[in-house]
Design a protein around this ligand. Structure first.
Ligand code: KIV
Length: 258
């Protein structure tokens, strides 16, 4: 089976839609890797959907390394992209390269970090060290406290202009792809045609070069909150509750074990 690389992903622009799903552990990475999904993202959404943190600013390098290693043990075909967590790339180029390198040594094939022009020197420094970088623009969850919530971005003309410029700057700085999160679909289309690296959308409409979803959202793990743009492809919450109830009933009624 041919391994997916950042070169493969770049070449998919304008030819085949890129598919990305998150995974944070060995079994789900193995299942996704055995499917045809191009990229497994060890997202810092780990904090929200697995570790029970209020937002991604709580996720540490230690968390990311632990889960990237687990994913890497389960996946050997898909490209593994690991998120650089909050503050792991803001304290200077040396620290950023060191942390990106640790994620590569944990088994990732590339790292992802959030921001535009302000992180451009960091993107350049990390790519100069031989580590591929995926950018992330729009609703960048590590800035939730600055945004005042997980809110749609790029709604004004001024914001849209900045985002288009940021995408170009990320490309010039060496990024191989860029995630566009929660921005208007028309703006996502404009960014997609303005740069030669692939765009991967989430809550950004159908015109990106690829799509990413958080696995726990698309599988229906939670019955209290799911972002409005997410399509639930399963209802695992229900399935687990049903299986657990049946097990309890059968043990209590003496039906299991036989
Ligand atoms: O952390 C994550 O899962 C992400 C995706 C939502 C793009 O960054």
């Amino acid at each position: 089976m041919k391994k997916t690389t950042t070169k493969t992903i770049r070449e998919m622009k304008n030819s085949k839609k890129i598919t990305v799903l998150t995974a944070y552990d060995y079994p789900t990475a193995k299942i996704i890797d055995e499917s045809d999904c191009d990229i497994i993202l060890v997202g810092d959404s780990l904090g929200n959907v697995v570790l029970g943190y209020p937002n991604t600013t709580y996720v540490t390098m230690e968390d990311m390394l632990h889960h990237t290693k687990a994913v890497a043990r389960g996946a050997n075909r898909a490209l593994i992209v690991a998120d650089m967590p909050f503050l792991s790339y803001h304290l200077g180029e040396y620290k950023a390269i060191e942390n990106a390198g640790l994620l590569i040594q944990a088994g990732a094939g590339a790292v992802k970090l959030e921001g535009g022009e302000c992180v451009a020197p960091i993107v350049r420094a990390i790519t100069n060290a031989g580590i591929p970088v995926m950018g992330h623009l729009g609703l960048t969850p590590q800035s939730v406290n600055q945004f005042g919530g997980h809110l749609m971005q790029g709604k004004t003309e001024e914001q849209a202009k900045i985002l288009i410029e940021d995408a170009k700057i990320l490309e010039e700085s060496g990024a191989f792809a860029v995630v566009l999160e929660c921005i208007p679909p028309k703006l996502a289309a404009k960014i997609t045609e303005s740069i030669s690296i692939p765009t991967i959308g989430i809550g950004a409409g159908p015109y990106c070069d690829g799509q990413v979803l958080v696995l726990h959202d698309m599988l229906g793990f939670y019955d209290d909150f799911t972002p409005s743009f997410v399509k639930k492809y399963a209802n695992i919450n229900n399935d687990i509750k049903q299986a657990v109830s049946q097990y309890i009933d059968e043990v209590q009624n003496g039906e299991y074990p036989k």
